[in-house]
Design a protein around this ligand. Structure first.
Ligand SMILES: [Zn+2]
Ligand SMILES: [Zn+2]
Ligand SMILES: [Zn+2]
Length: 159
């Protein structure tokens, strides 16, 4: 059991980066290092907690102990939309989004697979579904009714 060196979270077994803050752990299981997506000559220090883009120290934007990519808008997205579900495939995410859409709930999905390959995240569900704070309870109920209990993220319910 290893703790993230940037936040209090415990890293998942074999995890290369922290799922809570995006910080790349230096205890590296891997020998190779992930490069910044903007600068291939720079080593990434974190992945964006919203989209998974690897960023170097110059590109990373840190806020509230979390790391974001240089797009700027992902900080706002993290503030307005909470993660309610994580799964392994874009296909599953799309299916769930359709159900939410039918209930009048707008959702966003981000696939870390677009940025970091399976080499860097071996045992994590990295397609994340987000809905706005105000619809999070309603959306979580819908997921429960669909029988999707395993990957529901209820941390937002404590806020
Ligand atoms: Zn962390
Ligand atoms: Zn991002
Ligand atoms: Zn960079």
């Amino acid at each position: 059991m290893k703790h993230c060196s940037h936040c209090p979270s415990i890293l998942a077994a074999g995890a290369y980066f922290c799922s809570q803050c995006g910080f790349i752990s230096s205890n590296g299981v891997q020998k190779n290092l992930l490069e910044c997506e903007n600068h291939s000559d720079q080593i990434a220090i974190a992945v964006c907690i919203v989209c998974g883009k690897p960023v170097c120290g110059d590109c990373a934007i840190a806020k509230d102990k979390k790391f974001f990519c240089d797009s700027g808008e992902h900080i706002n997205i993290d503030g307005e939309y909470v993660v309610i579900y994580s799964c392994e495939s874009e296909f599953e995410a799309d299916m769930i989004r359709q159900n939410l859409h039918q209930a009048g709930i707008r959702s966003l999905s981000f696939s870390f697979h677009n940025h970091v390959g399976t080499y860097w995240n071996q045992d994590r569900a990295l397609v994340q579904l987000r809905v706005s704070q105000s619809q999070a309870h309603q959306a979580t109920d819908i997921l429960r009714n669909l029988g999707l209990l395993n990957n529901i993220d209820e941390s937002h319910l404590n806020n």
